[in-house]
Design a protein around this ligand. Structure first.
Ligand SMILES: Nc1ncnc2c1ncn2[C@@H]1O[C@H](COP(=O)(O)OP(=O)(O)OP(=O)(O)O)[C@@H](O)[C@H]1O
Length: 274
């Protein structure tokens, strides 16, 4: 990616890189007018298709929701689009590694409860996140709140002009990371709310098991087709062996939902309250 601007909107100075993804780089930055430390996401204006403007648009719709990153500024600065956000803590990916890939059952139940509420909120606005994974969930330790980030590929499932479900169609490429992707996502099918819930189920099972049968220690490098094959071949009973049956139930329930069916979030919530 081309060099970050030295100053953005005359007040934000990017410092070190916090993380990067397929289309943007996120910097820690200082607002030297008031010394606040914030996060700033930069995308070159040459990216095709551009994603940051879309992400800004979605965040505006979801503004004010618990665990939704707060927008401080959005605009263009020379060769980049920039989205300034509140600085968040660690991702669940980093936190899980720091805890030697072991979370207590009560921690997993709490994370599941919070993430389910985030997804319910996003879905209630007519959107599917489409890229639910550990790296896209961040913790604010002081608030004890889980945030869901990276809404760059978030899409409408609900057509607000016709108030109908957007028709189901084939032929898309996998969006997001294969490790936690739903089987529909691997197959290139249109994503619905059930797919976000299936990804959440894989995440919670991963937290309890410390691994997934289709991953190795270098799992980011495994191919989509390798992961799909192993995901399809793994029986849910084997995947969930040794963990409370509630988590197998969440996965079974998510996979049983049709594209246009309204998920029963309370049913999922109740089943994890052990
Ligand atoms: N508000 C924030 N505060 C602190 N760190 C952040 C913040 N937003 C993002 N990050 C860090 O930057 C990383 C990349 O961010 P993000 O996922 O938004 O980028 P991306 O290019 O959209 O990634 P992807 O390839 O997954 O689509 C995150 O995993 C996280 O570590």
């Amino acid at each position: 990616m081309s060099k970050a601007p030295l100053r953005i909107d005359g007040r934000f100075r990017p410092e070190n890189i916090l993380g990067s993804g397929s289309y943007a780089v996120v910097y820690r930055a200082q607002n030297f007018l008031n010394n606040d430390i914030i996060a700033i996401k930069l995308e070159p204006v040459t990216n095709n298709p551009p994603s940051l403007e879309h992400e800004h648009h979605i965040l505006k719709q979801l503004e004010g929701g618990v665990g939704i990153p707060r927008i401080l500024w959005f605009g263009r600065e020379s060769t980049h689009y920039a989205l300034a956000l509140d600085l968040l803590g660690h991702s669940l990916h980093d936190l899980f590694l720091m805890c030697n890939q072991k979370f207590r059952l009560q921690t997993v139940v709490n994370l599941g409860d919070q993430l389910l509420s985030r997804l319910e909120y996003i879905h209630s606005h007519g959107y599917v996140h489409g890229n639910v994974k550990l790296q896209n969930t961040m913790i604010d330790i002081l608030e004890k709140t889980v945030y869901i980030i990276d809404l760059g590929i978030t899409k409408r499932y609900w057509n607000s002009s016709t108030t109908s479900h957007i028709p189901f169609h084939r032929g898309q490429h996998l969006t997001g990371t294969p490790a936690f992707a739903s089987i529909n996502n691997h197959l290139g099918l249109e994503l619905g709310r059930c797919d976000d819930l299936e990804s959440l189920a894989y995440m919670l099972i991963y937290f309890l098991r410390g691994s997934l049968p289709w991953l190795n220690s270098d799992h980011e490098k495994l191919s989509d087709s390798f992961i799909l094959e192993h995901k399809v071949d793994t029986a849910i009973a084997d995947l969930c062996e040794g963990i409370p049956p509630a988590f197998a139930n969440i996965l079974i329930y998510s996979c049983s939902l049709s594209f246009s069916e309204d998920p029963d979030y309370d049913y999922i919530r109740q089943s994890t309250r052990l």
